[in-house]
Each structure stands twice: as C-alpha cells, then as structure tokens.
Design a protein around this ligand. Structure first.
Ligand code: NAI
Ligand code: MG
Length: 359
C-alpha cells in the first residue's frame, strides 16, 4: 500500500534541508522499493507569503489526509513584526493541536564519531542513545484556570494548573511502552509524586498499563533526580516518559548532552501513530541560503518516520546506517566539523548519505 507523505519545507534553512530529505525518500523509492508518494505545501512564513496565514487551509487539509508529515523549520526575522496570530510559529502550534499530536519523541543520540562535540566526558556520553517521550498537549501549558490576578490585599499573583485526566496519562504512558517495545524494553516514568497529586495519579496509571507490557521493565523517578541522573549517568536510561513541562526541560538538557543541534530529529504522534517529523533546530536565519546547514537531523527524522509511522523498520535502519557510514568517512558540515575531517555543504552531505544506502 502506498503511503502519502506531506512535506512542509517552511522557512530559512527549511527548504535546503528538506530538499535532501526528498532526495533520500526518492532514492528509497527508486532503489529499495519504498512505496510512498510525496507532496509539498507551505507553512510558517512561507504559508503567510502564499496564503496570508501561517497554516493555510489547504496545507491543513493535506496534513489531515497524509499518512505522515515532514517539516523543515519555520520562522525568521522577516516575519518578526507580524501580529501574534500571523507569526510563523503559530502555524506549527496550530498543526500540532489540530492533528492532536500529543506524543513528542525526542531521541538524544551521540554518534561515536562525534564524541568530542559533547561537553561531557566520552566515558559518560559515548554511545548514548536514549529516547525522551514528552506529553505535548496537556499539563501546565494548557491547564485552566490560569492567569494573573490581584488579591483583596492588593498583591498580584500568577497561577497555572497542572491537570491531566486518566485517559491523557494512559495514552502517553502507552506510547512509552510501545516505543520501549521497539527498543531496549526499559521505561522510566518521571514525575514528582512525592509532592504532586497529579503525579500520584500518573504513577497509578503507569503501573496499571504496565501489566499489559510484561516484557518492559518500568521504573519511576522524581524529576529533580532525573535531571541529575541525565548529567551524571545518562546511559542508564532507555526510554523516559514524562509530562509536558518536565519533558520540555529534560529533553533540552538531554539534547545538549550530544552537543550537536544539527543532528537531532524528533517526532510528534497522535493516538493512531500518525505523526509529524522534524529536526529539533529552528530555521537558522544566520546561515539560511548559504548551503551549509546540516541536513542530518532532517534525514534522521525521515528514519524516525519510517520506523514509527510507516512501519518500515528495515528502511529506517538503512538510513541510520548510511548516516553512520558518512560520518565514518569523515564528512562533516560546519556545525560538527573538527580538525582532520572534510567540510561539506548541505547538498554534498545529503548526496553522500544517499550514496551510502545499502542492502
Ligand atoms: P535555531 O535552531 O534556528 O538556530 C540556533 C543556532 O544553531 C544558529 O546558530 C544556527 O545557525 C544553528 N543551527 C540550527 N540548525 C542548524 C543546522 N541544521 N545546521 C547547522 N547549524 C544549525 O534557533 P534560533 O536561532 O533560536 O531561531 C531561529 C528561528 O527559528 C526563529 O524564528 C525561531 O522562532 C525559529 N524556530 C523554529 C523552530 C521550528 O520550526 N521547530 C524551533 C526553534 C526555533
Ligand atoms: Mg524547549
């Protein structure tokens, strides 16, 4: 069955890095029998330029109809003066909420070839390969009531509500178990159950869902300890599942363990496993149009798409192996370049990965 992929290049370096993803998908199609059709649509500033809003109606309709979505990045100084509702970033938030993409997967992988790029000692981060699963549509960022109010005594106070229903907890925790099943079968649920009632409920639900996944070892950790452990001994983790705000903070910390923003992919999935895939970095206006951006985070996002939405594990592994080979060959874009390696541009890197695809 042919699956439809919607490609949203966006702004800045978005079109440059996404062009390499298209090259890769076409190669998988032509040489390795991947059954996909590709379509492209504008989002972000490009959406505003084309249709007057960051998420044009036609783009949203195509996104709903697609099996999977690949996004470059949105935003740029050209759009900074626009009203809040018209800003490129609104297009991204809108598509995430319209498609109910509640499950945000952020791997932190340190390629052995890039070990010197990390701020941590090689023995601590060498070979790091962990997955942080962040709940994306609930918790403090969305909970009501919220606001800033003035008390009777004249003192102002701000407040937000961390609220999670049992079904919301269950679906993200279930995602965690499903992902753990495709990896090393260890799931760490991170919460603050010693202080927060919402975390107590979270733990209870996690324990209940765990009974359906006897092959997966479930553990629990308080978020403050998890932050410490991520820096002290990150390789103890396989998959971490946590609520929105804890996940926001922990996933950024974990990303920086690897020291290379141009290397990290991400996925945001709905309840049926349909998803949007994108590099974690932004539109990099400072290097846009120069052909020097690192396309590997985007190519690795394609690998995640193959694994988590298209159910093409062998193709996913093929892409990841090709990236490994290209790094072995010593090819580096400027952001990951070190002495003794060969500096290449976006296109040369993309072509090298395609050339390194193998059976
Ligand atoms: P950024 O991630 O775009 O750039 C940060 C730094 O990393 C820059 O020096 C940039 O040149 C470098 N960089 C990023 N991706 C790279 C790549 N693939 N290869 C080599 N170097 C790379 O973050 P920044 O500067 O804070 O934001 C720029 C714009 O991107 C803003 O408009 C922001 O709102 C938007 N943005 C969009 C995101 C998205 O579309 N998901 C995420 C983050 C920011
Ligand atoms: Mg963040």
């Amino acid at each position: 069955m042919t699956q439809n992929i919607l490609i949203l290049p966006g702004d800045g370096i978005g079109p440059e890095i996404v062009a390499e993803a298209t090259r890769l998908l076409n190669a998988l199609k032509d040489r390795f029998g991947l059954a996909v059709e590709l379509e492209e649509a504008p989002i972000g500033g490009a959406g505003y330029d084309a249709a007057g809003k960051p998420l044009p109606d036609e783009t949203l309709a195509l996104a709903r109809a697609a099996d999977a979505i690949l996004l470059g990045a949105v935003g740029g100084p050209r759009y900074d003066q626009l009203a809040w509702e018209l800003r490129p970033e609104r297009g991204l938030l809108a598509i995430r909420s319209e498609l109910a993409l509640f499950s945000n997967l952020r791997p932190a992988i340190l390629y052995p070839q890039l070990a010197s790029a990390s701020a941590l000692k090689p023995e601590i981060v060498g070979g790091l390969d962990i997955m942080i699963l962040r709940e994306l549509t609930g918790g403090a960022y969305f909970g009501k009531p919220r606001g800033i109010q003035t008390r009777e005594d004249g003192v102002r106070e701000g407040f937000n509500t961390i609220i999670y229903s049992e079904p919301e907890i269950e679906r993200i925790v279930r995602s965690g178990f499903e992902i753990a099943m495709k990896r090393d079968r260890r799931l760490c649920s991170v919460d603050k159950a010693n202080v927060l009632e919402v975390s107590q409920l979270w733990r209870e639900v996690a324990e209940r869902v765990a009974k359906e996944y006897p092959e997966v070892a479930l553990s629990h950790m308080y978020v403050d300890n998890a932050a410490m452990q991520l820096v002290r001994a990150p390789k103890q983790f396989d998959v971490i599942v946590t609520e929105n705000m804890f996940g926001d903070i922990l996933s950024d910390a974990a990303a920086m363990l690897t020291g290379s923003i141009g290397m990290l992919p991400s996925a945001s999935l709905d309840a049926g496993g349909k998803g949007m895939y994108e590099p974690i970095h932004g539109s990099a206006p400072d290097i846009a149009g120069q052909g020097v951006a690192n396309p590997l985070a985007t190519l690795l996002s394609v690998a995640m798409m193959l694994r988590y939405t298209l159910n093409e594990e062998a193709q996913a592994a093929r892409v990841e192996a090709a990236v490994g080979r290209v790094l072995d060959q010593g090819l580096r874009t400027a952001d990951i370049w070190t002495e003794g390696c060969r500096k290449v541009g976006t296109r040369e890197m993309g072509e090298a990965v395609v050339a390194a695809l193998a059976d």
